[in-house]
Design a protein around this ligand. Structure first.
Ligand SMILES: Cc1cc2nc3c(=O)[nH]c(=O)nc-3n(C[C@H](O)[C@H](O)[C@H](O)COP(=O)(O)OP(=O)(O)OC[C@H]3O[C@@H](n4cnc5c(N)ncnc54)[C@H](O)[C@@H]3O)c2cc1C
Length: 439
């Protein structure tokens, strides 16, 4: 059992965290690790939030098909902290590769950075020599300028200003932009895009590796974190929606509970955060920033084929009206014959019923991979507010708030990253550090 620590106000510190997604569980891990009592309240029965396991009658799925990058340092660090000794991390590590079947293929050779990127771009299949050189010139310019812009603009404007040929944008930069920022290049922040390129491509070769989970997303981190937190004296309560935080003289009360907390971290998704904050006027500027965010969807389409079916890659793209990325779950997590398709950002797919979308995606897959045959069943999961729209010069709320001992965590809080698992985890770590400084 964790020892109770006396807080700055002289009474025992006890931290409440509302939300058991990656941000909330990262915060809980760091606080429990420091020996402070912590209780997590999660509305759903399953931990993980937007990156959680979804059980259907037919199969165990993920709310969204996710990719992690080697550059996700904090996520990897925390998975290492919470996993049992000797237990595998649950991530398949592949060297940087990008396939847009059948037109384009880029594969990083096993060379030291940045030679691996140089090799990958120079040998990319599907681009002419002058196009490959244009892509290299753009990366060299970004490197020389430390991936910093003097004024933020859109990704499309940046690529245009650097003479990126159509094919380079179409097969390389645009797919990277939409999958990392979930925002189309015409509206996406060029600075945040450069930050992602910086972290993935300008450090060690391993930073650009693709990490594909072999476990479901609840098992990968949040459930391991819950086990860790409980082993360190904390509590994780699932199936408990919090309907508001009340400020008291000594700290916070959770509206539905009689327990008192000295510190609180609100780690829910942004569209739910403002309603949970105490109603005090000092928080109005924070609420304003949250209310100004707009959102983009991500759809995940699962199709179950015969178990003998296998794609030519574990994960790759196709050029199609709806389908963007295709995951072979058999190669990734042993779900043989199950193909998952990701459709990021807004588009025509939103106008279709789930059944019609699954049929359209099935037809697109069959056009590219005739060996698939006919799907036995399908399941579509639409996350309408998957991430905030990552537009230029977007103001995002900080992890600290004007209210003493109240903090925010979540992928939408201020950072130089788009809404990702890594930004969620970093925000949780940062909120936890603020608590520990003020406990
Ligand atoms: C379909 C999809 C695909 C994605 N793909 C990728 C990807 O490939 N790579 C990547 O890095 N990122 C990806 N993301 C983004 C990533 O999933 C999110 O950025 C991250 O999971 C956000 O974590 P979070 O903890 O900030 O918020 P959330 O995951 O939203 O967690 C908030 C938690 O708070 C809980 N909650 C809400 N209200 C209450 C309440 N009143 N009381 C108690 N609990 C409450 C929720 O149930 C939830 O569990 C994807 C997202 C989606 C939806």
């Amino acid at each position: 059992m964790a020892e109770r620590v006396n807080g700055a106000s002289g009474h025992s510190a006890h931290v409440a965290i509302v939300g058991g997604g990656y941000a909330g569980m990262a915060a809980a891990t760091e606080i429990a690790r420091a020996g402070l009592p912590v209780t997590v309240f999660e509305a759903a029965r399953v931990l993980g939030g937007r990156a959680r396991r979804v059980e259907t009658d037919a199969a165990r799925l993920d709310n969204g098909l996710h990719i992690l990058l080697g550059a996700y340092r904090e996520t990897l660090r925390l998975i290492d902290i919470v996993r049992k000794p000797g237990e595998a991390a649950g991530l398949l590590r592949l060297p940087l590769q990008l396939t847009i079947h059948p037109a384009f293929r880029l594969h990083a050779p096993r060379l030291l950075a940045p030679l691996h990127l140089l090799g990958a771009l120079l040998c990319a299949k599907g681009l002419r020599l002058r196009e490959r050189i244009a892509a290299l010139r753009f990366m060299a310019w970004a490197q020389r300028n430390a991936f910093r812009l003097t004024a933020d603009t859109t990704v499309a404007t940046l690529l245009g200003a650097h003479g990126q040929p159509h094919a380079v944008s179409r097969y390389l930069w645009n797919p990277l932009c939409v999958s990392a920022l979930n925002t189309p290049p015409e509206e996406a922040s060029a600075q945040v895009f450069l930050n992602v390129l910086r972290d993935s491509f300008s450090g060690k070769r391993e930073d650009s590796d693709l990490l594909l989970p072999t476990l479901d997303f609840s098992a990968l981190f949040p459930e391991r974190a819950a086990r860790y937190v409980e082993a360190h004296g904390g509590h994780v309560r699932t199936g408990l929606p919090v309907d508001g935080l009340r400020r008291t003289e000594k700290g916070f009360e959770i509206a539905s509970s009689t327990e008192r907390y000295t510190h609180a971290i609100v780690a829910v998704s942004p569209h739910r955060a403002a309603a949970l904050l105490p109603p005090q006027a000092e928080l109005a500027p924070v609420v304003q920033l949250i209310d100004a965010l707009t959102y983009r969807p991500i759809y995940s389409v699962y199709l179950q084929y015969d178990s003998a079916v296998r794609l030519p890659f574990a994960m790759g793209g196709i050029e199609a009206r709806y389908t963007q990325w295709v995951f072979d779950r058999g190669q990734l997590c042993g779900q043989r014959g199950m193909i998952g398709v990701v459709i990021s950002s807004s588009g025509a797919h939103q106008g279709l019923s789930h059944d019609d979308l699954a049929r359209a995606v099935g037809a697109e897959l069959a056009g590219n991979f005739p060996e698939l045959g006919k799907a036995h069943w399908h399941q579509v999961i639409a996350e309408k507010r998957a991430t905030f729209s990552c537009t230029p010069k977007l103001a995002r709320p900080a992890n600290s708030t004007p209210m003493e001992r109240l903090y925010l965590a979540g992928d939408y809080t201020a950072s130089d990253y788009p809404a990702t698992i890594e930004s969620a985890v970093r925000s949780g770590v940062s909120a936890a550090r603020l608590v520990l400084q003020h406990a």
